[in-house]
Design a protein around this ligand. Sequence first.
Ligand code: PLP
Length: 414
Amino acid sequence: MNFSQFGHKFTRQNGITRLMEDMGTGLRTPGTVMLGGGNPAKIPEMEGYIEALLADMQQSGQLTEALCNYDGPRGKSVLLESLAAELKEHHGWDITAKNIALTNGSQSAFFYLFNLFAGTREDGQKRKVLFPLTPEYLGYADAGLEEDLFVSARPTLTLLPEGQFKYHIDMDNLTVGDDIGLICVSRPTNPTGNVITDAELASLDTLARQHDIPLLIDNAYGLPFPGIIFTEASALWNPNIILCMSLSKLGLPGARCGIIIAGEDTINALGNMNGIISLAPGSIGPAIANEMLCRKDLLRLSAEVIRPYYRQKVTETIAIIRRYLPEERCLIHKPEGAIFLWLWFRDLPVTTEELYHRLKARGVLMVPGHFFFPGLQEEWPHGHQCMRMNYVPENKEIERAMIILADELEQICR
Ligand code: PLP
């Protein structure tokens, strides 16, 4: 095809599209165990709540109102107001509605933000996005308009009891050169379930301010909603921080609603980009979120329903894994949040890309580790020894997948 450079860059094979295609077919093919994508759990209490809420909103005309009107380019203004008030009250942050913009999913916000702060500037100088801790979310990897937009750093790691381990930012070796325009970190981290500590986050905040560049915190699983965090951690925001949130992991991925909290200049820029690219963000998700806020349910359900659900599910999943995979065969990253487990097969004689194909042939979908090192310049064998699994499917499905995984590992390592 005679595409432009942009066309070629955005149509080639990449990790996130393969993942979404696997998810589309996997979720609809009977017999497949889908441990690959980032679909949130179907929590009965949340589904019941959303159904009742939608029925009320239809009755009151709020749904029709949302469907039949465009919002402004920064998104539904009542939500911007109510969210600013809630965050101010809950966290004590000094924000107003002018510090918030909505996007069609937070994924599209990364595309806006990476290309806003990195790439070639008017003076010809090029800036990059720094990921201070890999493994990091594969959805970032192809979101740059220019090639080589990302650099990243290897972590240090500590081995923990019970066959677990944890990554840390290698602060001693983290350098922020003049070519960095943005620091970005997901917290909790997709794919590992790591939650970087408050101290690590404070150091990144200081580093970003010292270099006069923003710190983007991808809070898709974090506080105060959906609140899928199992450790002690505090939320952080100041005008130099761009906090990206989402309704997806609350159980509403189809609403495609991202929420960006940042300094006013950044928010105005996002509003302009929204206007050009999508006129306005969709209205249904924001209408639902606003109603949940008005009813004081958004934070309550996150703390009382969503977090306990995932905490129990991850504990059950680890127990299932350990029934089939001993510590010598598979280490597990300490699950501190998010909806994934990150498995490390230290002595695997093949790559996890090959393991992925072998598992897929037997109806089990997981994601091989090498996709999760966007911007890492050096070859690191560790990336080919790890795999990500989503732990939300039913336990009996997970058990079936673990029997197959253990069998494949046995055959490979024999
Ligand atoms: N950030 C992280 C860490 C994610 O895992 C995801 C989705 O899986 C997203 C952002 C994007 O979510 P959405 O575009 O649905 O808001």
